[in-house]
Design a protein around this ligand. Structure first.
Ligand SMILES: [Zn+2]
Length: 274
């Protein structure tokens, strides 16, 4: 059994990023005394201190402080890569807003016979059973563990229910021989693409070496699978993305380091005419 665990790249197990809380800007009064308050001022007014304006000013300052502190407080949503909590629907890795599904384009979708359905058992580590209501894209990954098969990577996902090593899974795995295994139903989320788990289908591709280039068989199956998803969900070119495009992660590594190869893959796909 290859050591899938140490090298598997898509785990979401590193400690959460903390949002550094900076001190609020000073809201105090200027230190320099008002000219009117100097002892040298000859004119002394008997007018009582303006209590109400001072109180109003204090109220404004307190309100401003509350607003500033409220915005500095870390989000209530646990950030990505928190081993103590399931991957959140959103994280602090990207500035992009959390996708908020406004409709449901899921339905009963017949899985083609060229896809080998071998769904993971329900478990909180890789197959939580949470609904994927809206599919707005497809995210392509590489497994990050050279030479491993689709079956071995599926076993890795399945075993997370016992190892509790990390949270990870994908809807599909494509082997170096071109075999496609479906691990997660299309209407449920997988744990693969952080902030885009909630509105995308994830595909993990096996690869023979650390360079991460897919075999011809893997690429042919990837094109076939993504073409089918494009047709099923009426997707466009900009909806087919790399993990790198979501979170800046160097995944799939070869197609991040060789953008022309990624564009070449996109050129092979068939998109609906708009
Ligand atoms: Zn990835």
């Amino acid at each position: 059994m290859p050591q899938l665990y140490d090298q598997f790249h898509d785990g979401e197990s590193t400690p959460p990023r903390r949002i550094r809380r900076s001190a609020p800007p000073s809201q105090g009064y200027p230190m320099t005394p008002s000219p009117m308050g100097r002892r040298s001022c000859r004119r002394r007014s008997r007018t009582p201190p303006p209590v109400i304006p001072i109180l109003l000013s204090l109220a404004v300052i307190v309100t401003a402080l509350i607003i500033v502190l409220t915005h500095l407080r870390p989000s209530a949503t646990a950030p990505d890569n928190d081993p103590s909590a399931p991957p959140p629907a959103s994280d602090a890795l990207t500035a992009s807003p959390e996708p908020t599904p406004t409709s449901n384009n899921q339905r009963d979708i017949a899985i083609p016979e060229w896809i080998d359905q071998d769904l993971l058992p329900l478990n909180e580590w890789s197959q939580p059973g949470d609904p994927l209501l809206q599919v707005n894209g497809v995210v392509v990954h590489y497994v990050g563990n050279p030479g491993t098969t689709a079956e071995q990577n599926r076993s890795y996902f399945k075993n997370l229910a016992e190892t509790h090593e990390t949270y990870a899974s994908s809807h599909f795995l494509i082997g170096m021989d071109g075999k496609i295994i479906q691990c997660v139903p299309l209407n449920e989320i997988s744990y693969c693409s952080t902030v885009r788990n909630v509105d995308t289908i994830a595909i993990e591709c096996c690869h023979p070496d650390a360079e991460g280039k897919f075999t011809d068989e893997t690429m042919a199956s990837l094109v076939k699978l993504v073409d089918w998803l494009i047709e099923t969900y009426d997707l466009q070119r900009e909806d087919i993305i790399r993990h790198y495009d979501v979170a800046g992660k160097e995944c799939p590594i070869y197609y991040v380091r060789n953008p022309d190869a990624w564009e070449g893959f996109l050129d092979e796909l068939t998109f609906p005419i708009t």
